[in-house]
Design a protein around this ligand. Structure first.
Ligand code: GAR
Length: 187
């Protein structure tokens, strides 16, 4: 099977990157991670690119330069799909238009609820009983593209940001690989 070529964008700890790489080692998984891109030279997640010998680009620079440089790399590595995994910059409309191929993102809430930042704090403050995560296509509006998959997580009375984050992230790992399979109709 010829796998599609993925670039994973990260800004921080990269645990979703780690899980995508693990899933991609399955012969039947539709993508191979061929490149990792980070807008943060100190992103812990780069360790996973190193560990699995995946080429990576780290650029602490302004958005314009970052996007220009990365776009070249994406063409150079013949990337078919960008997976945003804890990437904290908002991609410009120009970048999205120029890439032209698939871009997907994981967001720690049940979209359309709680777009943007601090989703756990906001869900707890609003006394929600349920939250979760969503993988969606990226379009030119923040956290608004077509939804591929959602996973639900209960919120308990004694939850705080850390306990909730831990349970949501556990679901994220399963959600992201399911979503990638779904994008390529492999489930
Ligand atoms: C994940 O929980 C992801 O949903 C979130 O950042 C975390 C990254 O964790 N993304 C966003 O908030 C995007 N708006 P990771 O670096 O360990 O994968």
């Amino acid at each position: 099977m010829v796998k599609k070529r993925a670039c994973v964008f990260i800004s921080g700890s990269g645990t979703n990157l780690r899980e995508i790489i693990k899933a991609s080692r399955d012969y039947n998984f539709p993508v191979k991670v061929c490149l990792v891109a980070s807008d943060n030279e100190k992103a812990k997640g780069i360790i996973f690119a190193k560990k699995f010998s995946i080429p990576y680009v780290c650029l602490n620079t302004n958005k314009y330069k970052f996007e220009k440089t990365i776009l070249k790399k994406l063409f150079e590595y013949k990337i078919d799909i960008i997976c945003l995994a804890g990437f904290m910059k908002i991609l410009s409309k120009k970048f999205i238009r120029n890439f032209k191929k698939k871009i997907i993102n994981i967001h720690p809430s049940l979209l359309p609820k709680y777009k943007g930042l601090n989703t756990f704090q906001r869900a707890l403050k609003s006394n929600e009983k349920l939250t979760g995560c969503t993988v969606h296509f990226v379009n030119e509006k923040l956290d608004s593209g077509k939804i591929i998959i959602k996973k639900r997580v209960n919120i308990y009375k004694d939850d705080n940001v850390e306990t909730l984050k831990k349970r949501v992230q556990f679901e994220e790992y399963r959600a992201y690989s399911c979503a990638i399979r779904r994008v390529y109709n492999f489930n």
